[in-house]
Design a protein around this ligand. Sequence first.
Ligand SMILES: [Zn+2]
Length: 305
Amino acid sequence: MRIVGHKKQWNFLRESFQKGRLTHAYLFTGPESIGKKRVAIEFAKLILCENSGDQPCNECQECYQIENLLHPDFLLIEPDHSVSRKISIEEIRLLKEKLSVTSSGKYKIAVVDNAHRLTQEAQSALLKLLEEPQGRKIIILVSEFPEVILSTIRSRTQLVHFHLVGEEEIESVLKSVSLTKKEKEILMLIGKGRPGVIYQYLNNKDLLKENEKFLEDLLELKKSPLFKRFQYAKTLKDSEKKEKVLSVWLAFLRKTLLEGSLNSNSLWNTQHLIKLIKLLENIIHLFSTTNINQRLALEIFFLEL
Ligand SMILES: [Zn+2]
């Protein structure tokens, strides 16, 4: 899979490698699903590739093994599948073990995706690891909420900030696949600036239908009495898909706000939309970073809807 956008960030990383200026720890930040993890994986390939030029070759054994998470010198850590989706201290112990095995002088690289989900314990262990002498080891932390990560960890990393990807680049991805007009519209809506979302949906077309359903739910709830909305809050709280549902709603409300001046039949006026968008943004942030009472938070949103 190629990187969509992020040319400036890629050039910075590539040059730091080519000029022998790699650092031991990086922190990739920026919005969700824009390709930060993808860049981290491609960067690992670039460093370990047998035929490395300005890009990894994607043909050698090193590239193949990294892409398929089989490489002995590469580790990808992600949150577990529990409801709280944490990264526990055991994962950091594993990382330490993996990076400490001495080999042929090659780099060892670990990527920690969604690093804001590291538990306090795990963060302390990671900090200790970063304080030790490093050798040829690189840890890349990836997070959309870096403020949740210990400042003592952050200060030991090279920060690389990523931004939403431009519309032209998203369109070029969509051009290369066959989709109905309706599917394209939904993808442009939910994938705005976020190639990760686009790829996720292209790999699973059923997800597109699911999204249509989430949007129908929102419009239905708008017309529903409060007890129905609260029932929905109760069900949604326990759903694995709650964060996805909320982000689809957020994308839809933002689009409605942008198009507001063109469409006088909107279900919400501008002030109301701005209020709902801010509320949803807060809820999504709190769901990811705290133990907030989720049902209550959803009920507050439905009260305002
Ligand atoms: Zn290669």
